[in-house]
Ligand binder design. Structure first.
Ligand code: EPZ
Length: 423
């Protein structure tokens, strides 16, 4: 296993390119199961989550190869049983359910386990697929869905107690593309990644309207064909580097971003006193760190609200921002693993009932810390950038799940980091 050593105190300068979106790539890769023809997908980040999905497609019988950021997938002869060994390692594997069911009339996928950010139920996915006509059985930790006579369009409300479901919306939307008749999804997730998937599906010949809003309408078609597609920029990677620039930067430039997807993150960073300038096209931003900053209140919410995937990173920034900040995660109320580690570095944070109250301190100090989940790990890297001394972050594989070459990008910005083997 690798660990990252971050020597605090370096000032970040210069420019980096933001990678393609992990969370758009995963359902789009799964959507290649809906056709027997070649699909070419560009700007798929080289991270372990997308590589797991590529392995799952291959294990299902797909002919898949990656060359740098471009993946070619041809899922001509596929089986309907996703391999437990791979599925158990990544919760997002659940998004092969919809396409497999639509293409094969049956699919067997293992129930995803929980994870450190909280319970990861799939009841809303199943509610939607059942409404399209799937029969559902649970056996030996697997979910088996069958629709011998094919799927039929339905009106479905996918709202859950914590709001819409991103992958649940993806699963139902993908299944509905080949269903008989019209499907209406109410309370749909409106994340940019859902819209990117819908654009991919429409290029394949699907008939989807309303993606990116709470109400999506899908008119089923007989079959879908292969296409070429470029994935949208990763707004969470961009947000993570915006927070790094606000913490330790001096005019850091991020290229290949999408201003529209970053509104809530930009607002939070500017509310705490920093400035973010975008170019005319909105695909390049410059973050200007300010010395006069203040605490802010953050409440995560479904898009276009403040993303839960940027909650830990903002907590790291606010840990050394003067004043009191209150951060509430309404989507994953248990997603505060990073706070215990930040407190070991000297942060003053009290977590209670899905809310963290942060009193900004002057400076954190280095300590050996352990990554726990993707975004918590990123928060520790951010905190280490300005901590006194050298911080060792172990279990780096958590970061490698969703950040493409994070150490190399930080080095390009002048951070003093090194990736070493953790014996
Ligand atoms: C997606 O996960 C993202 N993953 C997550 O990012 C992100 O945190 C999450 O959406 C919320 O924005 C990918 O896109 C691959 P949900 P997803 O279904 O779709 C509850 C990262 O760091 N729920 O939108 O699995 C659920 O417990 C990852 O990149 C049900 O109750 O999340 C949660 O409280 C982490 N029943 C809320 O809904 C269900 O059937 C939102 O979950 C499904 C979800």
């Amino acid at each position: 296993m690798d660990k990252l050593i971050v020597h605090g105190g370096a000032t970040l300068r210069g420019a980096i390119n933001i990678s393609g979106s992990k969370n758009a790539s995963l359902p789009i890769l799964a959507a290649t199961l809906l056709t027997a023809e070649d699909c070419i997908i560009r700007r798929v980040p080289d991270v372990s989550d997308t590589n797991y999905m590529i392995q799952i497609l291959s294990a299902l019988g797909g002919d898949v190869e990656r060359s740098s950021g471009t993946v070619r997938a041809t899922c001509a002869d596929i089986v309907d049983h996703a391999p437990y060994e791979l599925v158990r390692r990544m919760r997002a594997s659940i998004c092969v359910m919809g396409p497999l069911l639509a293409r094969k009339g049956r699919c067997v996928v293992s129930l995803p386990g929980g994870c450190v950010i909280g319970d990861r139920p799939v009841d809303l996915h199943l509610r939607g697929l059942e409404a399209l006509g799937a029969k559902i059985e649970f056996e030996g930790g697997n979910i088996t869905l069958t629709a011998k006579d094919g799927l039929r369009g339905a009106e479905i409300d996918l709202r859950g107690t914590h709001g819409p479901t991103v992958l649940g919306t993806d699963n139902v939307m993908m299944a509905a593309t080949l269903a008989e008749g019209i499907t209406i999804i109410e309370s749909a997730a409106a994340e940019p990644e859902v819209l990117d998937l819908a654009n991919f599906l429409n290029s394949m010949g699907a008939k989807i309207t309303g993606a990116g809003t709470r109400r999506i309408v899908i008119e089923g078609v007989k079959e879908l064909h292969g296409i070429e597609h470029t994935v949208i920029p990763d707004r969470i990677e961009a947000g993570t580097f915006m927070a790094a620039a606000a913490l330790a930067g001096d005019g850091v430039i991020l290229r290949r971003v999408c201003r529209d997807h970053l509104k809530a993150i930009t607002a939070a960073i500017e509310q705490s006193g920093h400035r973010v300038d975008f170019n005319e096209a909105g695909d390049i931003c410059t973050v200007h760190r300010s010395e006069i900053t203040r605490g802010v209140n953050i409440v995560t919410a479904p898009y276009p609200g403040y993303p839960t995937d940027m909650q830990a990173q903002m907590t790291a920034l606010l840990a050394t921002t003067p004043g009191i900040s209150v951060i509430k995660d309404t989507i994953f109320p248990q997603r505060f693993m990073h706070c215990a580690e930040l407190k070991r570095m000297g942060a003053d944070i009290r977590v209670d009932n899905g809310t963290a109250v942060v009193h900004g301190v002057a400076q954190l100090s280095a300590a050996p810390v352990m990554a726990s989940d993707l975004r918590a790990s990123a928060a520790l890297v951010l905190a280490a950038l300005t901590a006194k001394g050298s911080t060792e972050i172990s279990r780096l594989y958590h970061i490698d799940r969703g950040y493409e070459h994070i150490d190399e990008k930080l080095l390009m910005l002048g951070a003093d980091v090194e990736r070493v083997k953790d014996h």
